[in-house]
Design a protein around this ligand. Structure first.
Ligand code: HEM
Length: 469
């Protein structure tokens, strides 16, 4: 790790924070790396809280997996990061663990002009009007999922939501309908994603790939990835020949038609990498957020009753607030990363050297009592007040030029799924308390999969015409 000599200097106000002693790096725990690693793995929220109280809003940590990084707990400082020069604060290197799965042209791994180009090409596929065309697909996928649930028997809501969100992605992003191609792609994708959704899965895979050994892990993964690639390249070829391509409404087809300012379309390799990126970034994340949503709702009867009432009245405002509150109290991704490039980055009076990663802590920022009074309480009303949390205080989708491309897609899908489930059936929680939070890969999931039970057969669903635009 690069060390920069401490600077002396007068007080400065950066990100609205008074920093009277300027130092090279922010202070942080002197504990051995092993202990800090355990703090992160076993009880991150308590560990961060203790460190924040002791060292302040910007803290340097060191674990067994890095040579030091800086966590940020204050929204005012996060603002300086999200509005910083994207060429100096790079997200690509912070996401590189996902490289073997996503491919090198993935929007998540690129930086600078290349990132902007890919992002611009992809953005139109996620705009508001386009989302409304997906409502019917989302509603029908929810109906199919509900119809497959047992009555009176416990099952994991996380599993159920994974199957639902994969179905939605297959139809809205890939534009593949029921049939042999759907089943083949579905199977191949699940097989490839399997290692990513296990605890430490991404890490184990990356370490195995880095050793370049032909371990069984690596071989199996590469075979599965090749299978997905074959199917995608085959589909690209078929679509390019499809005379109705321009009429299609799925994201895949929009990517095939998209052109940059110089009129250049995406290459097949770029399309493959972006499709896999959308799949990896969009499927488990939304499933996890939905599972947390049901877990929290089923343990908060007052909120559940209010939500039922509002949904029955056709009022979307409250369910949207509930979705925001779920993403606040159970953020699926605990932190985002930016790696300093070129010159040291000045942050709250400290100088962060090139190569070092800065992480706005989503978990800690969402639990600040000064932004969210009684922060552990589920209160959707927070988002309905006159002065709702701003874009640096509510950050489940990160921010700046790297903000999640699928944020609106995910919140819209959550609204459709939660409303539909409440309209058609009655669920109960299996555990007396909300599930515990566990880190799995890059997400924070319910340890036991948030088990639920359906109390009676669902009301008829297929016939109810969805209000699609
Ligand atoms: C609840 C569900 C989701 C959560 C919590 C989530 C969260 C995030 C976060 C934290 C980032 C990093 C942002 C940053 O670095 O500042 C991100 C990036 C991204 N997400 Fe999501 N996401 C979700 C759903 C989706 C969906 C449904 C899609 C697409 C179908 C998607 C596509 C992406 C893409 C493409 C990026 C990379 C953006 C870039 O680097 O420019 N996400 N997401």
């Amino acid at each position: 790790m690069t060390h920069v000599a401490p600077r002396t200097g007068a007080s400065a106000t950066i990100g609205g924070v008074e920093a009277s002693t300027q130092a090279a790096l922010p202070p942080g725990p002197k504990l051995p790396k092993l202990i800090q690693t355990l703090g992160f793995a076993v009880m991150p929220a308590r560990f961060f809280d203790a460190c924040r109280r002791r060292y302040g809003e910007v803290v340097t940590f060191r674990t067994l997996f890095d040579s030091g990084f800086v966590m940020v707990f204050d929204p005012r400082i996060v603002k300086d990061i999200f509005r910083g020069d994207p060429d100096q604060l790079r997200a690509g290197p912070a996401n590189e663990l996902l490289g073997p799965v996503l491919g090198e042209r993935s929007v998540l791994l690129l930086d600078g002009p290349e990132h902007l180009r890919q992002r611009r090409l992809m953005l139109p596929a996620f705009h508001g009007q386009r989302l409304r065309t997906y409502e019917t697909i989302m509603r029908e996928a929810t109906d199919r999922e509900i119809d497959s649930w047992p009555v009176g028997e416990a099952f994991q809501s996380l599993r159920a939501m994974q199957s639902l969100t994969l179905d939605v992605i297959m139809r809205t992003v890939f534009g593949v309908e029921e049939g042999e191609r759907y089943r083949e792609l579905h199977r191949a994708i699940r097989d490839m994603l399997d290692p990513i959704s296990r605890p430490l899965g991404v890490l184990v895979l990356t370490l195995s790939l880095a050793r370049r050994g032909r371990s069984r892990n690596v071989q199996v993964f590469e075979e599965r990835r090749r299978r997905v690639d074959e199917l995608i390249y085959d589909e690209i070829e078929r679509r390019r020949r499809d005379p109705d391509l321009a009429e299609r409404e799925d994201v895949f087809s929009s990517l095939l038609l998209a052109e940059d300012e110089e009129g250049r379309p995406m290459t097949d390799a770029e399309i493959r990498d972006e499709l896999v990126t959308l799949l990896v970034a969009g499927h488990e994340t939304t499933a996890t957020a939905l599972a947390w949503g049901f877990d929290l709702l089923l343990h908060h009867q007052v909120v559940m009753d209010e939500l039922r009432r509002r949904v029955a009245d056709g009022d979307d405002e409250y369910v949207d607030a509930l979705v925001k509150e779920v993403l606040r109290i159970r953020p699926v991704i605990p932190a985002v990363g930016r790696v300093v490039h070129g010159e040291p980055f000045e942050l709250a009076g400290y100088s962060i050297p090139p190569g070092m990663e800065i992480n706005p802590s989503i978990t800690a920022i969402h639990r600040r009592p000064d932004s969210y009074p009684s922060p552990t309480e589920l209160r959707p009303e927070r988002f309905l007040e006159d002065d709702p949390p701003d874009t640096y205080t509510w950050i489940p989708f990160g921010g700046g030029t790297r903000r999640c491309l699928g944020g609106s897609f995910a919140t819209f899908e959550m609204r459709v799924v939660i409303s539909r489930v409440l309209e058609r059936t009655t669920l109960e929680a299996v555990q007396p308390e909300p599930d515990e939070i566990q880190r799995r890969g890059i997400t924070m999931v319910p340890r036991n999969g948030a088990p639920i039970r359906q109390l009676r057969s669902p009301r008829a669903g297929r016939t109810a015409a969805p209000a699609a635009a």
